[in-house]
Ligand binder design. Structure first.
Ligand code: HEC
Length: 127
């Protein structure tokens, strides 16, 4: 015989299902809301001249071809073919690419870590 479905047991069943579904995926399948300010990141990207080397969607005049186009950055699996694409890794790259790949053509920037997180927050919105 099936147990009677009271509102409380129905609610418990829904919660159990949600927990099961949530734990069946891997953590990196979920895109958490970005920390920092994408709007400030967008302004910094324009100000720092990243567009001289990169084509960057949403940034006026950013049509450089020295580095790869930063299209769909929010959907990429890797940053620079090397780091898992998380906001923190993207910020670490933007802050100091020379520390990650010594001699790479992208110069280290003079952003603060908080500014690099803002820049990464903007790049992650490019989907
Ligand atoms: C002098 C040219 C130059 C400038 C200026 C520059 N970059 Fe780059 N950037 C590169 C090159 C070259 C690469 C490719 C490095 C690699 O993949 O090994 C790169 C890679 C990247 C990547 C990884 C792209 C990918 O496809 O995974 C990101 C993100 C990035 N740059 C963001 C920025 C941002 C943001 C700025 C401004 C703060 C900036 N870059 C300024 C040349 C530049």
């Amino acid at each position: 015989m099936l147990p009677r479905l009271t509102p409380v047991t129905a609610w418990a069943a829904v919660c159990a299902l949600v927990v099961t579904l949530a734990s069946s995926g891997r953590a990196e399948d979920y895109h958490l809301p970005p920390i920092g300010s994408p709007a400030h990141g967008e302004a910094l990207i324009a100000e720092k001249g990243c567009g001289g080397c990169h084509m960057i969607p949403g940034i006026l005049g950013a049509d450089g071809l020295v580095g790869p186009p930063l299209t769909m950055m929010g959907r990429r699996v890797f940053v620079a073919g090397l780091l898992r694409n998380t906001q923190q890794n993207l910020a670490a790259w933007v802050l100091d690419p020379q520390r990650i790949v010594p001699g790479v053509a992208m110069p280290s920037t003079n952003l603060t870590p908080a500014e690099a997180l803002d820049v990464a927050a903007y790049l992650e919105t490019i989907r």
